[in-house]
Design a binder for this molecule. Structure first.
Ligand code: DLL
Length: 434
């Protein structure tokens, strides 16, 4: 028998859901028009008043909002509530120095926990479970997001955060964790590491895994399930909208249910930016209709996938998005952390010590992502003594690591050794097979 955290909302009929969405959309638009100069300006440019958008069907009249707009209004320009009512701030990396900043009111945090609790129950978890959260805690939304939902559910939460695999496995075994929340690549790594500690999947009590923050394939899901002896679920979210729990798959594993009472998903053609019908792939655009602190209207996620509004066999009417097939920009996700090549470029430009020719090589070794940045040095420096090069390598590595927040290798290479491209420079060689 299917369980629901919020049976009323999760099994509404499409008509009831549409009525709720229309009402919430109108009030969100009224609010942002009156309180956020950015939205008022954008709507006025199009000659639109909030009353012109009456239903979800009319969404297409509205302009989009992008990560760039969030940076242009950094840090608080898009808040629809006074700062005094903001309870928590999260942020995520941008293409260059500035982060995108998101403020949550107390009610927003409750909504987030509600959505996460729905995801946990959809995966089969209950208050009797022990949930080990190995997403990072901090500005990244994974840790605190999963944590809030598990607490609301009434489960016992282990706020393990990332790193220290030995300790993670010891806790998993000794504390009797039954639900694991982390990135899929870390789940695979944990699965692989069991044997290093003389354990098998029969020595642990995990039964459910809730994995997201990076793309992963069905094959990877099978591998993880096998190694850890669990059922794995795909959870999606993004800092700008809300962390984990914008959507997740149910036990049917036929797409990720988007909690449509809070988030309206659209898929738009990547060239024309016009909405496309169900089943056709394009860029995912999300409008929040129940958030107070930072409502976003038609946010371009840059994630590519498709959507279906067909009711699911699990009884939920909420639309399902496909597994994501990629991004329409150059963002990389390395160990769950978002990396834009331009962030590395700005470090190199600022340092003034190398040529601007560089290449990022991403690989997966023992199921963990690795990143090496190859940078060409100038002729004069290259002929210099080796010690100087080693110092420069470690200086650049430290700078890149501090900007990106993840470790990497830096390798200085001879002038003109990185292949020049006739068109767009090929900055990234991604050797990962996902
Ligand atoms: O990754 C939030 C999150 C944390 C989601 C934990 C799930 C679990 P950001 O750091 O802002 O937020 O990165 C968001 O990560 O636009 C996608 O490109 C990618 N992403 C997130 N979940 C998935 C997923 C968090 N299940 C960006 N499959 C998004 C594929 C995902 N890509």
């Amino acid at each position: 028998m299917e369980s629901y955290w919020n049976p009323y909302i999760e099994t509404l009929s499409r008509d009831e859901l549409t009525i709720l969405q229309n009402k919430r959309l109108r009030s969100t638009l009224d609010k942002v028009y009156s309180r956020v100069p950015f939205y008022r300006g954008k709507m006025q440019e199009k000659g639109l008043l909030p009353g012109d958008v009456k239903t979800v069907e009319d969404l297409k009249l509205l302009p989009f909002i992008t990560k760039q707009d969030m940076r242009d209004t950094y840090p608080y320009g898009l808040l629809a509530e006074p700062l005094e009512t903001i309870s928590r701030i999260h942020a995520s990396s941008g293409t260059t120095g500035k982060q995108t900043v998101v403020g949550y009111t107390k009610r927003d945090l409750d909504l987030w926990s509600e959505c996460m609790a729905r995801c946990l129950v959809m995966a089969g978890a209950s208050k009797n479970d022990i949930v080990q959260v190995c997403y990072g805690y901090g500005l990244f939304t994974g840790g605190l997001g999963a944590h809030g939902g598990a607490e609301l559910l009434g489960a016992a939460v282990i706020p393990a955060s990332t790193g220290n695999t030995r300790r993670q496995i010891t806790m998993m075994k000794d504390f009797g964790s039954t639900v694991l929340c982390c990135t899929p690549s870390y789940a695979l790594y944990l699965g692989d590491s069991l044997k290093d500690f003389g354990l098998t999947k029969d020595d642990i009590t995990l039964k459910i895994g809730i994995f997201g923050a990076e793309p992963w394939s069905r094959n990877m899901r099978k591998e993880i399930e096998e190694r850890l002896g669990i059922e794995a679920f795909d959870i999606y979210g993004l800092s700008e909208i809300m962390g984990p729990s914008v959507s997740q798959d149910c036990k049917c594993h036929q797409g990720l249910h988007v909690w449509e009472d809070s988030f309206i998903p659209e898929i738009v053609d990547m060239e024309t930016l016009e909405p496309v019908p169900d089943g056709v792939a394009g860029e995912l655009v999300i409008t929040t209709i129940d958030k107070e602190g930072l409502p976003l209207i038609r946010f371009r996620t840059r994630d590519i996938g498709s959507i279906t509004h067909e009711k699911c066999a699990c009884g939920r009417v909420h639309a399902r998005m496909s597994k994501l097939s990629g991004r329409s920009d150059d963002m990389l996700i390395i160990r769950g952390v978002n990396v834009f090549p331009s962030q590395i470029e700005s470090v190199l430009l600022e340092s003034g010590e190398t040529s601007p020719h560089y290449q990022i090589i991403v690989d997966r070794v023992n199921n963990l992502d690795t990143m090496t940045v190859e940078i060409e040095v100038s002729e004069s420096l290259f002929s210099d003594f080796v010690k100087g090069l080693e110092d420069l390598e470690s200086r650049l590595r430290a700078q890149i690591e501090s900007v990106l927040g993840i470790s990497c290798k830096v390798r200085l290479v001879e002038p003109k050794s990185i292949t020049r491209s006739e068109g767009k420079a090929k900055r990234v060689i991604d050797k990962r097979i996902i």
